[in-house]
Design a protein around this ligand. Sequence first.
Ligand SMILES: [Zn+2]
Ligand SMILES: [Zn+2]
Length: 384
Amino acid sequence: MSPNSVNGSLSDTQYTPSIELLFLGTGTSSSIPHLDCLTAPPNRMPCLTCLSTLTSEGKKNIRRNTSAALRILGKDGKRTTVVIDVGKNFQAAAVEWFPKYGLREIDAVIITHAHADAMNGLDDLRGWTLGGAIQTHIDVYVSQSTFGEVQRSFPYLVSKEFASGGGDVPDFEWHIIEDKVPFEIKDTGVRITPFLVHHGRLFTTNPPPAFAPTPFATQPTTPNLSGRSSPARPLSDICSSATPKIHPYLCFGFLIQDTIVYISDVSLIPDDTWALLESTKKPMPVLVLDCLRLRAHTSHMGVREAVATVRRLNPRRTYMTGFSHDISHDEYVTIGKAAGGDSPRDTTSMSVTERRGPVWIRPSHDGLRVFVSSDDSVKDETYD
Ligand SMILES: [Zn+2]
Ligand SMILES: [Zn+2]
């Protein structure tokens, strides 16, 4: 199956958006708690974040892979449901939060990048489409690169000819989206603009090797999207002959309805993406931003980088996401208040780049709901 290209044409109809954002997951790829921490021997320093998940007070420290569901008021007055990322534990998140908040049909799934914590739950979407249980198919929006990774990793999700067993696979309609080219979810008036950010490094050859999907392993050629064919080579040949080069690994963030900026996996925002972000409305009502831990990581922002990003964009509210177990939810609340500067006295103690008045920063948590009204005011169910 060939994916559809999505162009930038949008409806001219003006309407007032209203958005509900539900965090389905707010943890890093490993999720929290770690089994290692729950089963640690008594002579080891206990991990208070992970152990707290066993108590009623620590439920906000249970964090699945970053993911969100948005219900967006479209031009026809109906709500369009968009899910961002379906990672390794999307199924568990959906079981917990979909019934609780009345979610069912999914109008679109958009994928940030091809890591396991963003796309390995695609198979779980069979629960929506098998036998038309909830809907006949799901529209999935991905970059060309991510589409290639899905095709390589899970060929049956792209072409049913690769399905085995009973052939019970989900039904998708694939759409290719491009950097800084807005697209509309069907004809709903819901507009999303993807933009590229760096998410660590990619050690690869240039051009990338033509890995063959499993069903093609014994075939002499590997078809690709363009219809051309390239010879399939043994992996050992590729590894021995190619010269590895380091590139930034690119990941999508999303601008949703000019109202929410969502960046769940980022180590650096390049200048051309900053140009887009700084051309958006001021102030942006909501920023969702990666913040793995106190210190920066090769693939993720730490507190310093995240706060600098918040101060540059200066949104109305920022919800950090993508946490490791280094710091608990309650500690992040304290950090958010201190880093954001809740009072003039706090502001004067900040560094030069931070002396622009207080900003509002809080940690998201699984199950948190945020509401943006038509006048761009923002409320949520935890901090209001
Ligand atoms: Zn832990
Ligand atoms: Zn990732």
